[in-house]
Design a binder for this molecule. Sequence first.
Ligand SMILES: Cc1cc2nc3c(=O)[nH]c(=O)nc-3n(C[C@H](O)[C@H](O)[C@H](O)COP(=O)(O)OP(=O)(O)OC[C@H]3O[C@@H](n4cnc5c(N)ncnc54)[C@H](O)[C@@H]3O)c2cc1C
Length: 231
Amino acid sequence: MERDSGEEKTCGDHGGKDGFDAVVVGSGYGGSVAACRLSMAGIKVCFFEKGRRWEGPDFPTDTLKLMSASRIENKNLGVSFGPKDALFQVHIQNDSLTAIACGLGGGSLVNCGVMAPTSVRARRNPKWPKEWEHDWEVCEASASTMLRSQSIPVEFPNAKVMRQIAEDEIEESFKSSFKLSMNIGSGEALSNETGSQQMDSCLACGNCLSGCPYNAKNSTDKNYLVSAVQA
Ligand SMILES: Cc1cc2nc3c(=O)[nH]c(=O)nc-3n(C[C@H](O)[C@H](O)[C@H](O)COP(=O)(O)OP(=O)(O)OC[C@H]3O[C@@H](n4cnc5c(N)ncnc54)[C@H](O)[C@@H]3O)c2cc1C
């Protein structure tokens, strides 16, 4: 339910002006893809995201800014500090610690943007749902197009280190197929299934993990959510 200027909008109130057929909570890959595909299928979607919209220049580029864009909630000590809608949210409870992103785009705002194909090992696992195999390649290709994943022309220094660490863990087929969901190349309007958006070019600054300050990362606010709104 949503309250706007005193007016109540009820989810599931079919036929009414403000009725919704589906509610999606969160705008990471999960929520964005769901909102996009449901909207494109003509379903009226009510979409919730607790974080704010982040533009390139808003992302923290030094330690002080990083600290003020963070919230820590320690359930063990019963303390929390930092704004509730901070970009980085660290939750500590019992012996677990999670670090997640909060903002329009969810984790895609602060992740490394590495797009690896689903491992053969995972798909051969008996727990892998057999029905997913029918059009897996088509769906994977569609996601790759939407997220505009690209091969990396040069190996960034930190990628070299990661490769060495993961050498034994990564399948042979993976090594040649790592792609980044970044705009590598000239800054230009890029198209996806339902629209196009101006993107700037990756400068290999290495700030991906605190949000791309150069508007070059294909976070979900730049693709799936744009398509969802258009639909
Ligand atoms: C540092 C880091 C690097 C990573 N690098 C990679 C990588 O290179 N490649 C890769 O494939 N994966 C990577 N991942 C993992 C990937 O980003 C996550 O698996 C993915 O973002 C999870 O998507 P999600 O939709 O499940 O949730 P999230 O992306 O976490 O999105 C959840 C969203 O829901 C919102 N939300 C939560 N509660 C509420 C509420 N009550 N109401 C409204 N909104 C709410 C949050 O604000 C958030 O925006 C990385 C993750 C991290 C943290």
